[in-house]
Every structure is written in C-alpha cells, then in structure tokens.
Design a protein around this ligand. Sequence first.
Ligand SMILES: [Zn+2]
Length: 262
Amino acid sequence: MKSMLKTDKEMLESLLKKANISVIEGLLLKEGEKLEGLRLKSLDYGKYVSPERLRDLATEVKFYVDDFLGSHGISFPILYQEGETFGPEATFPFKPGSIVYEFFGNQCYMDKNTIILVKERMSSVPGSIAHEYAHHVQGIMLGKDFVKANDCFIEGHSRGVERYIADVFSSKESDETFMYDITDSNFFELKGVYIYLCEKYGLKQHPLVSKIMGSNEDMEWDYQQKNGKPSPYAIGNTFLYMKELLHGKGIYGEALGKAKPL
Ligand SMILES: [Zn+2]
C-alpha cells in the first residue's frame, strides 16, 4: 500500500478529478441515509459531561487512539472544558485564573499542549477528544512544519480517528448516538466536495443530495465562497475516507509511521 501521508497539494490534485464524482456520490448518499435514519429515531444524546467525567473519558479515549495510531508513550495534553478556570499550568493563550468562556463557539481547540473542549453531550465527547488528541499526536509524529503546512491532511486524519472512536464507543456501549456527529460531518464534508466537483465539471447533482442538510453546512459554503475551493475538512475527510474504504483503517497509523521530516 502506498503511504497515505500526503501534502495538501498532492491531496487536491488527486481528489478534485471528474473520475471521483461517482464514488463520492455513492458514499455521500450512504452517509445521508445513515444521518436521516438517526434523525428519525428519537434518540437520547446523553447528559452534558462534567470536567471530572471528561478527564476519565480522555484516559479511555487515549488508550484506544494510541492502539489505533501506534502512538503509545505520548502524554495527553492539558485538558480544559468551557466554564472551567485555568490552573497554574496554563500558558497559551490564557493567563492562569481566567475562565474558559464560550467564545470558541461550537468548536474544540488544540494548541501548545492544551486541549479546550466546549461543553458537549455524552454522545459527542469521545469523538471530540479523539479528534483533538489526534492533532496532538500528528504534531509530535509528523513534526510542526508538516502539520502547519497541510491542513487538509491533518483535518482528514483527525476525522478518521474521530470516526474510529465513535465506532468503538457505539459498539461497546451499544449506542448509535455516538455515530451522530461524525455521520453529520461526513455527510456535509462529502457534500461540499461533491457539489464543488459537479459545478466544476458541469454535471447534474443527484436529486437526493439537496434534500438532506448537514448541521454545519453553512460553514462549508462560507469557506467555499471566500476561498473558491472546498474546506480542508471537506478535502481531507473525503480523500481519506475514500482511501479508508479501499485499504482499511490501518491507513491512519501507517501515515504517521511513514512520516519523513520535511
Ligand atoms: Zn481539527
């Protein structure tokens, strides 16, 4: 198997081809069907998680991610949740004693050995921890220069780890709510690339595609309007999800192992 470690340039060249449209359409319709299926059931997405529970979950998620990526031996970053007060270990970008407010909006955040998570329901938490911890691992195993220059790879890679952990929790807890966030992201990110490609090559979209809406779709359209291409999340997730289905989930660990310093 060829290494899946790709620069953004390589990923864009390989993904944004007419020949990929039918594969992406098939995958997109499948994810849309899954998303609609979850929405039709009145599922319980769980309670908001306390900081203590969050830290227990981080230990558990780290265990699974390290097994998945081969990243044993890396220590977990400092973890905060929105609403908590920064302790003396806080460095960037906040002073110790300040409170983590909601200003991150709907996002989680990872920088300088610190992960900050917004308050989320239980069903969202393992996937969010996995996504941000994967960024931490990428920084160590691929080097800061590669990570800084290749948003598409790192976001697609984190999505792959997030998808794996959502699947682990969904199976072990027999609870499909763990799959909701990642299915939603998969859907609107695939849709972002699909619609971009249909427009680029003048092809008609499948009629079902516009009938289903991803929760954060607007973010993708805003990005495309400003930048003239799909977002790094959409490109990276679509590219690596296609490769995952072709070669298996081993691609995520393999990509880190084959890293060459740039
Ligand atoms: Zn990310």
